[in-house]
Design a protein around this ligand. Structure first.
Ligand code: NAP
Length: 294
């Protein structure tokens, strides 16, 4: 049955607030989840210009919205308009999920918890591991927090712009009272200690339509990688992933991160637990959808 036919006087509304939001896959995740979990909820995109962020949060509360996801460029800007903050999201300084509480919304970061769940589902461990993280933008910052929070031994944070890597390393190390994040210039990968690494690709290099690009092209780098996780999921197999596989490693794309950040948000809004079989059904729908648009 069409979702719209099920909307009635008791339907709860959630949505995505960002700018722009037209290309989002989140409505597929949440509307399919609502249907499979038999919950009376719909999820819609809300394009919100930067100067409207606080009005949008107040308006959402007044309209009784159950919750919101937040995407680029509002992940930090929303914090000022929230009633409460989850402790970890406060440390990260970025919020992608708002959950309705009395008097306003509480901010969470399910990008981080979702990535951790995605890695677990691929049998990728973080605790005590030596990790290379490529990139120091918004997504890589959440990855750096995730790695430090879940007990990575060392995270070599490589970025084209060194001072951004230094800033992220300082923020994460000091927020979590650790010293595991080591900032480096991208080209200094040659100076990494001789080890086998998990490498997480968090730059935007290789993202559709620039599918032939990779941030490092030297095979000597890929020979040190046992597992490569690219946050990009479009294309489904990035150049980074191809190089990892050519060098004999295992490679995954970021589609499960997208899936589980959505599932974590859905579970917070609806106080439920999504069974793995349903998670995998949604994953297959997302895979199909990303293939259609490639
Ligand atoms: P961002 O804040 O704009 O950061 C971009 C990063 O890429 C920076 O580290 C930047 O380095 C680096 N970069 C860009 N062009 C480069 C080049 N030509 N050479 C070397 N480095 C370059 O972006 P973001 O929000 O962190 O997103 C990064 C990627 O993660 C995107 O591809 C996005 O699609 C993906 N992502 C996936 C998920 C998921 O659910 N799977 C969620 C969020 C993001 P500089 O600092 O030197 O500029």
């Amino acid at each position: 049955m069409d979702t719209r036919e099920k909307i009635n006087g008791k339907t709860r509304v959630c949505g995505l607030m960002g700018y722009p939001v037209a290309h989002t896959l989140s409505p597929i995740i949440h509307n399919t989840l609502a249907e499979k979990m038999n919950l009376n909820m719909v999820y819609v995109p809300f394009p919100v210009a930067p100067e409207q962020v606080n009005h949008a949060i107040a308006g959402a509360y007044a309209l009784d919205l159950l919750g919101l996801n937040v995407t680029v460029p509002h992940k930090s800007a929303v914090i000022a308009g929230l009633k409460e903050m989850d402790e970890l999201a406060a440390k990260i300084g970025a919020v992608n999920t708002l959950v309705r509480v009395p008097g306003g919304y509480k901010g969470y970061n399910t990008d981080m918890t979702g990535l951790y769940r995605a890695l677990l589902s691929e049998q990728i461990q973080i605790r005590e591991k030596q990790i290379i993280l490529l990139g120091a933008g918004g997504a890589a910052r959440a990855v750096a927090f995730m790695c430090a929070y879940y007990g990575a031994r060392k995270v070599y944070l490589l970025n084209r712009t060194l001072d951004k890597a230094q800033r992220v390393a300082e923020e994460v190390n000091s927020a979590l009272s650790v010293d595991c994040i080591v900032p480096m210039r991208m080209e200094d990968y040659k100076n990494l200690p001789e080890e086998k690494y998990l490498a997480i690709q968090g730059t935007s290099v290789g993202l559709y339509p620039n599918v032939e690009d990779a941030v490092i092209r030297d095979m000597a780098f890929y020979e040190r990688i046992h597992t490569g996780y690219d946050l990009i999921y479009k294309p489904a197999k990035t150049m980074f992933m191809k190089y990892v596989e050519q060098a004999g490693g295992i490679a995954c794309n970021g589609l499960k991160m997208l899936l589980y950040q959505g599932i974590d948000a859905f579970e917070l809004w609806n106080q439920c637990k999504v069974p793995e079989e349903i998670a995998m059904e949604i994953y297959q729908r997302l895979e199909k959808e990303t293939r259609i648009h490639e």
